[in-house]
Write a protein that binds this ligand. Structure first.
Ligand code: SAH
Length: 239
């Protein structure tokens, strides 16, 4: 048999200049302008292609200063809020991080650049599988995903250095505190249906807790055993 032509390696997916430029602008005008200074977080935001995590018909809006709707009535958070949470986490490159609410996987992709190992839980199957495909395409190898109720944490790989909750909780779920290691930090939006405040919980070396409340935000509800009850949102109405 004749040897066939040597095949070219598949081309890297090309990214149009416009998206890269929009990403730069997002970082300058929405994030640095509001005071976020963590250089590693800013570099990750410049790098991860947010437009690939939203529906194609919304990709022109992906770098705007807002949250966007995603599948299953959920949202991809406003870039600034994500960055603020990442900054409050004080991530180090060797950290193991538990994330609750994978959603599109965008924030997971950012975490994967900033820390050693990411464990992320999502309760909606189609979202989880969408995120899995996207993260694989971007070559993120340090991420483990799981379908389940994140209000109960992920005991198997505990303790974690950091825990990030990307949905609004009525209070801090006990399991998440239990699964946080010494000097660990947990960032979570806590409050009602209309608005929440970002809370940062830190386990001190003496085994005590310090916590601080930061700015206002608005997330979709955390639904689960130690959160809002499924089928009933924080409003008390059916969701
Ligand atoms: N940061 C994500 C957006 C998260 S939106 C992104 O970058 O796309 C919040 C997500 O939390 C939703 O996908 C929702 O389905 C999920 N969620 C809500 N309650 C949950 C729970 N108990 N366990 C796991 N995921 C949950």
């Amino acid at each position: 048999m004749e040897p066939g032509p040597v095949s070219e390696p598949p081309a890297e997916p090309e990214e149009s200049f416009a998206f890269a430029a929009e990403r730069e602008r997002m970082v300058d005008e929405q994030i640095r302008a509001r005071g976020v200074r963590d250089a590693r977080v800013l570099a990750a935001m410049r790098r991860i292609p947010r437009h690939l995590f939203v529906a194609p018909e919304l990709d022109r809006e992906a770098y705007g200063d807002w949250a966007l709707p995603t599948a299953e009535g959920q949202t991809i958070s406003q870039p600034y809020i994500l960055t603020r949470m990442l900054e409050l986490l004080e991530l180090e490159p060797d950290h193991r991080v538990l994330e609750i609410g994978t959603g599109t996987g965008y924030q997971t992709a950012l975490l994967a650049r900033l820390a050693r190992e990411i464990f992320s839980i999502e309760r909606i199957h189609t979202l989880l599988e969408g995120a899995r495909a996207q993260l694989r395409m971007l070559g993120a190898r340090n991420v483990r995903l799981r379908l389940g109720d994140g209000s109960l944490g992920w005991q198997e790989f505990a303790p974690y250095d950091r825990v990030l909750v990307a949905a609004a909780a009525p209070r801090v779920p006990e399991a998440l505190k239990d699964q946080l290691g010494e000097r660990g930090v947990l960032v979570i939006p806590v409050g009602g249906a209309e608005a929440q405040r970002l809370e940062v919980w830190r386990r001190t070396s003496a085994g005590r807790w310090e916590w601080r409340r930061h700015g206002e935000c608005r997330f979709v509800p955390l639904l689960g055993r130690d959160a809002w009850r499924e089928g009933r949102g924080p409003s008390g109405r059916d969701d």
